[in-house]
Design a protein around this ligand. Structure first.
Ligand code: PLP
Length: 488
């Protein structure tokens, strides 16, 4: 099978990557008499050397940390010392004790969730952003981060094929993006019913009916709780064999209502039938919110876009850069069709804020002080381009299919239709499946977690890293099969 990975492969062939042979721990000392009192350079060089060593040796270490590595974390605790410590000693301790207790998501064989290891260009951009230390709340305080945010939101809206005039916000993750979008929905629906929710709150407000699928993600329910819509009072509708909401089970809606759909079921990866859901919603004026934490990215590749048909008909979307796009963590994205609804829901005023000098990010999101998340998004999208984003989605989907084929050939049962990057595998009775998962985690070649799906225990494989190769998948299938054979 042809693996599509043009942009990344071309870069890999020409770039000088961290030398995998560089295995020994770098020893750097800080010259405190450095000219000009430059206290940054020695520490940054030390951090860079340590980081290079970490990344250069990641393929040789276990993917999940050992129990001993976790127990050693004690060395980072204890009472806060009265006097501070030398920064070199701090970095040394952090790397020596902390690095072994990380999950090696930056390696090639972590499959425990859609947490793709960051693209190298985004890690490097993050370092520059750290040197800048911008507070990306107001244009006036950080023109570059405010400007980049406008740029990336425009790129993303275009990439996903969403309505061009939509507004957006960069937040910590999809859960926060749900909160942001649901606050806009709450505003729009209640304003239509003559209620000012920002001023008067929800006490006494007209009720909003919220419809979710039986397999809605836990973070959506938490977001509903956070915006005062409650997670127990939702109307839950049944799903089909893959976890897709059943449109025929939608209740007749009247009055303010939100339908929460999903692209990318956390277990099966399946996508709700958005077109039909949006059609039904239109008849009653309901707002459709889409949890597209990872599945929204399927819209960026011609071979998977059909899974997201109708996506542009919804009213709001939540997704992440830190999942399938492989930016560093802390990169959620909320997009809302109705600009005014988002602007009013997120409005903030104060004498010190003054007149906006440009688009002020804090006027579009729940945060005030915040980091410049747009920087890594801009770097990732700029590096990959439209074609590279699609390739990243496509190749990881194909690797997931390769996992499923290999596991089936080895005699294991794949429980889901593998349409995206998720594979659910059972090794037999529930307790055996759990023991095999533990054995695989103990082995350390790769890392996958467990889940319960339609009443059965399963191992969940999520493929989302730019770095994973076909050879990695084949090696992991062998490891899993061996673990199964050796498990009593
Ligand atoms: C479908 C779905 N929705 C929401 C989330 C939450 O995303 P985040 O952790 O970025 O808030 C996830 C994360 O796994 C997810 O898979």
């Amino acid at each position: 099978m042809l693996m599509v990975n043009g942009i990344i492969d071309a870069w890999r062939a020409g770039a000088s990557l961290p030398n995998p042979g560089e295995r020994s721990m770098p020893v750097l000392t800080v010259d405190r008499r450095a000219p000009g009192g430059d206290l940054y350079t020695p520490l940054l060089e030390l951090a860079a050397a340590r980081a290079r060593h970490y990344l250069g040796s990641i393929g040789d270490r276990r993917v999940g940390p050992s129990r001993a590595d976790i127990a050693a974390l004690d060395q980072l605790g204890g009472a806060l010392t009265k006097e501070g410590r030398d920064p070199v000693a701090i970095l040394d301790l952090l790397d020596r004790v902390g690095s072994p207790a990380t999950m090696a998501v930056m390696g090639r064989r972590f499959f425990g969730g859609v947490i793709g290891g960051s693209l190298p260009v985004t890690v490097a951009a993050h370092w520059i952003a750290d040197a800048w230390d911008q507070n990306a709340c107001l244009f006036e305080l950080s023109p570059v981060t405010a400007y980049l945010e406008e740029v990336v939101l425009e790129w993303l809206i275009d990439l996903f094929g969403l309505p061009r005039k939509s507004a957006g916000a960069l937040v910590v993750g999809t859960q926060a993006a749900h909160v942001t979008a649901l606050a806009a929905a709450r505003h729009a629906l209640l304003a239509k019913a003559g209620w000012d929710v920002e001023q008067d709150g929800l006490f006494g407000a007209p009720p909003i009916t919220v419809v979710v699928g039986e397999e809605a993600h836990a973070t959506l329910l938490k977001a509903l709780a956070l915006v005062g819509l409650g997670c127990r009072r939702v109307v839950t509708i049944p799903v089909d064999s893959q976890g897709r909401m059943r449109v025929d089970a939608l209740p007749k809606l009247s009055g303010p209502a939100i339908i929460c759909a999903q692209l990318g079921n956390v277990n099966s990866g399946c996508c709700d039938p958005l077109e039909a859901l949006c059609d039904a919603a239109r008849q009653s004026g309901a707002w459709v919110h889409v949890d597209g934490a990872f599945g929204l990215w399927a819209s960026t590749t011609p071979d998977r876009r059909h899974l997201t048909t109708g996506v542009e008909l919804a009213d709001s979307w939540a997704t992440d850069g830190h999942k399938w796009l492989n930016t560093p963590q802390d990169c959620g994205i909320a997009i809302v069709r109705h600009r005014e609804a988002l602007r009013i829901a997120m409005a903030v005023s104060g004498a010190y804020l003054g007149e906006p000098a440009g688009r002020d990010p804090m006027r579009w999101c729940p945060d005030s002080s915040r980091r410049g998340r747009a920087i890594e998004l801009w770097a990732a999208l700029g590096f990959l381009g439209r074609r590279g984003v699609g390739e990243q989605v496509e190749r990881t989907c194909r690797l997931a299919a390769r996992f499923a084929d290999g596991l089936r050939r080895a005699g294991h049962e794949v429980l889901n239709e593998v349409t995206l990057n998720q594979v659910l595998v059972s090794f037999g009775p529930d307790d055996l499946t759990d023991r095999v998962i533990r054995a695989i985690q103990e082995d350390g070649t790769c890392w996958c977690g467990g889940t319960t799906w339609h009443g059965r225990r399963a191992m969940r494989i999520s493929v989302s890293s730019w770095a994973t190769t076909e050879a990695d998948v084949d090696m992991c299938v062998d490891t899993m099969t061996r673990a199964y054979r050796q498990t009593p």
